[in-house]
Ligand binder design. Sequence first.
Ligand SMILES: [Zn+2]
Length: 177
Amino acid sequence: MSAGTTSESPDTAPAWVAFCPRCASPMRTRFVVDKPRRACPACGYVYFTDPKVGVGVAVLDDGKLLLVRRARNPERGKWSLPAGFVDQGEDPGVAAAREALEETGLVVAIDSVIDVYFNPPDQGSASIFILYRATRIEGEPVAGDDADAAGFFGLDQLPELAFASTRAAVAQLLHGQ
Ligand SMILES: [Zn+2]
């Protein structure tokens, strides 16, 4: 137990937060709001590990679902819904439409929230994921950004999907038809 409390609570008190971003003093771990967190003994700054929020769109057009093929790992070469991370200060619906445009070239209108998903922490993925139903406004699918292919697929002819969360979301979508 060389790292003490820090090693027991990497989720809320990551050891890599070594120095205060406000005053550059060495950070310590102490209990703040019921959990061990990295805090600055000099100025009182507390590092809160906010959840990472992702958004995605399910665009059905003429009974077909819009998918993108992943150009990067993890799960490179498999297909997923257009999705990405919400930027600081960005409305999540706006972020979802932005990701659709960046990855597929399609202008979409956000219609409604399908569901909100929680993913246990792992490497890099969003811990909170909001899936929106969206409508194609204009454009033809052209892959961009993190995708190397984009297209519409019949619901009985879906390609291999990346991530258990994508498969669960698509299954939920299909049962909701
Ligand atoms: Zn400080």
